[in-house]
Write a protein that binds this ligand. Structure first.
Ligand code: GDP
Length: 326
């Protein structure tokens, strides 16, 4: 295939992305990140080709070994002949595209493998963070024929919850010596983890993290209901690859369990969240357009004059936005 030209029309980019041309895939992910006005057209073209990829979320505090584990997992999936997409999302970073995220150097092992697509994404100060952009980037990789899309998220808190809502299976990484036992309870990650990986099992304290996790799981939560999934706990030494086959086994076990109905439910929830995020973004954009508009000025004057209250005025404004929808 000839290299993708800079000025190639969108139709060609879409066609090539579906044929897994890495440059075309990268171009589409960039368009997502840049919030291109062509996104609705791109989404419409990709939609019939999506829904096939298994989406794996991987999250944990900085330094626990996410990028090392990702690299090892990619290697293992490649050995199974799977095509893999990796999206490394850093909600706190202003950098993206080719920027280094964590220690991405290890990922160079896969740089020349055409069966692996790796990309980092940053929120770049988007309103609402990456809640709308990440799922769209996942769609691009899915449509490009990735069997597996691994979404790696840095940080704690909301980002972890976001990754969980995106993924079919959420893997939470912990490591000894990082106060993670306590952090786990705080950040609510017990609720989002389908699989816990206690990495750096070569270090003192790893057994204690496993015991703490088991203790916390015994305390209850969503997983203690009848028929619920009880999170697996796996120990690894990502730097040597020890335990990685156990992670794969746990992922496969979860996938089998999900096939009993939970996968469909999760995907339904995910699509709902996706629509909501896009709708909120669209509304925000239209509200932005309204700022200083005649409609808003008129309503403001009426509120100042006491002719109507701000709640009623806000309702009218929203109704006006709805009416102006395409
Ligand atoms: P990330 O910030 O979560 O992506 O973590 P990295 O994958 O960059 O790993 C952070 C550091 O921990 C690096 O220096 C790794 O070489 C090291 N590391 C990763 N896994 C292990 C492990 O299992 N044992 C030990 N001792 N070090 C590890």
């Amino acid at each position: 295939m000839k290299p993708l030209r800079r000025d190639a029309p969108l139709s060609e980019v879409l066609e090539r992305a579906q044929a897994a041309d890495p440059r075309a895939v990268a171009r589409l992910v960039s368009l997502v990140e840049d919030d291109s006005p062509h996104l609705p057209e791109i989404a419409a073209a990709l939609a019939p080709h999506t829904g096939r990829a298994q989406i794996l979320g991987l999250t944990g505090s900085p330094g626990v070994g996410k990028s090392t584990s990702t690299s090892m997992l990619v290697k293992a999936f490649r050995e199974q002949g799977k095509r893999v997409g990796v999206l490394a999302v850093d909600p706190s970073s202003p950098f993206s595209g080719g920027a280094l995220l964590g220690d991405r150097v290890r990922m160079q092992d896969h740089a020349t493998d055409s069966g692996v697509f790796i990309r980092s994404m940053a929120s770049r100060g988007h309103l609402g963070g990456l809640s709308w952009a990440t799922p769209q980037a996942v769609r691009v990789l899915d449509a490009a024929g990735c069997d597996l899309v691994l979404v790696e998220t840095v940080g704690v808190g909301q980002a972890e919850v976001d990754v969980a809502s995106l993924a079919d299976t959420t893997v939470v990484l912990l490591a000894p010596g990082m106060g993670d036992g306590i952090q786990a309870a705080k950040a609510g990650i017990l609720e989002i983890a389908d699989i816990f990986v206690v990495n750096k099992a070569d270090r003192d304290g790893a057994d204690q993290v496993v015991r703490d996790l088991n203790g916390m799981l015994r305390l209850g939560g969503r997983h203690s209901e009848a028929g619920a999934w009880r999170p697996e706990i796996v120990s690894t030494v990502a730097s040597t690859g020890k335990g990685i086959p156990d992670v794969l086994e746990a992922i496969e076990k979860h996938r089998t369990w999900m096939a009993g109905g939970e996968l469909a439910r999760r995907r339904q929830r995910r699509a709902a969240a996706e629509i909501e995020a896009i709708a909120v973004k669209t509304l925000r954009a239209r509200m932005g357009d309204l700022h200083g508009s005649k409609a808003l000025d008129t309503l403001a004057a009426e509120v100042v004059a006491g002719e109507q209250d701000p709640y009623a005025a806000a309702d009218k404004l929203i109704a006006g936005i709805g009416a102006s929808s395409p």
